[in-house]
Ligand binder design. Structure first.
Ligand code: ADP
Ligand code: ASP
Ligand code: MG
Length: 406
């Protein structure tokens, strides 16, 4: 009997009727002969409302307490889901992350899963229960409640599918699959039938909010097939799978916009060996993820300006760290710019095709979008642009690579 993990996002459990619909889906899978594990998010915009409430009480709330607060959202939906399944005459049992041994590290608000105790879930599945697990949450070895970062229920689901050796992880959401870009911004975007883990990982890390990027790392590592699909229809969605040779024929698979970015600029940094190492070691100690780095040298090599981008959520902390460091090692000033965004094109076909970068830069130039910085990897080219140009840049690139054409 194969195990299937079904994950339902916030909009897919937003009210009683939608919870009942999700419950029916799980019951159908069970009647089809599967053992079923459901992972559910908080109802509708619950998490957003809790975040706003916290900020009303304290503009920069302690992260531990933030996790304590936000995990309540998922606890509401797991219990209601178990009740809905019970109302339909089937047996179900709900668990928090801690109860199923979802052990994470201690980085509150962006914890990483360390291990999962699959035995408890297997036991309940063997007893014929639908098992419902709260998404997005875990617990440290010491018992502190953690969350995996916004959108983290996807990661709960794929990690569970890997730990339970499930045959499939189905991700039910409010779009019917993964599109060439966010269809809310570019209505001409097209749904893809398949995408490779590597491409999806890049799209997710670079702003495609449809999947939490850590979930794709788990999917790739443990080879979990992931089916992203609509919770409202029965049509096939997008399969996220291992790369096949024919996938390289498509040069650019998708384009993304990352908006929640900010730049920290350290001006007048002594240009000596080890200084950049010191700066980024200090930033890393605080678990702040650094995106692009730019350095330029002036005053005949004596001084440098070093800039890096990070997420908006980490900006205040990153700025504080850099200001402290500035006093310690004599950096002239620290400036921040929260008006930046990043547009990226992604495709494994770039490995085998030339002229992709120039086509990207030309499209942006023709549309009067100024490029502030460029970074590349084997399957990605990204440009930092003014935040006000972000959506326009996304549309220009979607058009330039003819992603609306199929
Ligand atoms: P859930 O609550 O189900 O987890 P999310 O809001 O996290 O749903 O993700 C679904 C949303 O992701 C869609 O409504 C869509 O606007 C957005 N999105 C961004 N990029 C893409 C993309 N490339 N393909 C599909 N949806 C995308
Ligand atoms: N409820 C959490 C959030 O809104 C987790 C999730 O939905 O995946 O970010
Ligand atoms: Mg999501």
């Amino acid at each position: 009997m194969s195990i299937v993990v079904q994950k339902f996002g916030g909009t897919s459990v937003a009210d009683a009727e939608k919870i009942a619909r999700a419950a029916r889906r799980a019951i159908k899978a069970k009647l089809d002969g599967h053992q079923v594990v459901m992972v559910v998010s908080a109802m509708g915009k619950t998490t957003d409302h809790l975040v706003a409430l916290a900020r009303e009480v304290n503009p920069s709330p302690p992260k531990r307490e933030m996790d304590m607060l936000l995990t309540t959202g998922e606890q509401v939906s797991i219990s209601l889901m178990a009740m809905a399944i019970s109302a339909a005459g089937h047996e179900a049992i709900s668990f928090t992350g801690g109860q199923v041994g979802m052990i994470t590290d201690a980085s509150h608000t962006k914890a990483r899963i360390r291990s999962i105790d699959a035995a408890r879930i297997h036991h309940e599945l063997e007893a014929g229960h639908v098992v419902i697990v709260a998404g997005f949450q875990g617990v440290t070895e010491q018992g502190a409640i953690t969350t995996l970062g916004r959108g983290g229920s996807d990661t709960t689901a794929v990690a569970l599918a890997a730990a339970l050796k499930a045959g499939m992880c189905e991700v039910y959401t409010d779009v019917d699959g993964v599109y060439t870009t966010d269809p809310r911004i570019v209505p001409e975007a097209r749904k893809m039938n398949f995408i490779s883990y590597d491409e999806m990982l890049e799209l997710a890390s670079l702003g495609a909010g449809v999947m939490h990027s850590r979930s794709i790392e788990f999917g790739k590592k443990y080879n979990v097939p992931i089916h992203v699909r609509s919770s409202l229809t029965d049509t096939d969605g997008t399969m996220i799978v291992a790369e096949t040779p024919d996938m390289e024929q498509i040069v650019v698979r998708g384009v993304t916009l990352k908006r929640d970015l900010a730049r920290v600029l350290l001006m007048g940094v002594p240009n000596k060996p080890g200084v950049a190492g010191d700066i980024f070691a200090r930033v890393a100690e605080h678990n702040i993820v650094v995106d692009d780095i730019i350095q330029n040298i002036y005053e005949r090599g004596g001084l440098a300006n070093i800039g890096f981008t990070t997420t908006l959520g980490d900006l205040d902390e990153a700025k504080g760290i850099c200001e402290k460091l500035a006093r310690e090692i004599g950096i002239r000033s620290v400036e921040v710019d929260s008006n930046v965004a990043k547009v990226s094109i992604v495709g494994i076909g770039m490995k085998a095709h030339t002229g992709v970068a120039s086509r990207m830069f030309k499209a942006l130039a023709d549309g009067q979008v100024n490029i502030q910085n460029i970074s590349t990897s084997e399957i990605v080219i990204s440009c930092i642009v003014d935040q006000n140009d972000g959506e326009k840049a996304l549309r220009l690139l979607h058009n330039a690579f003819e992603l609306d054409r199929g």
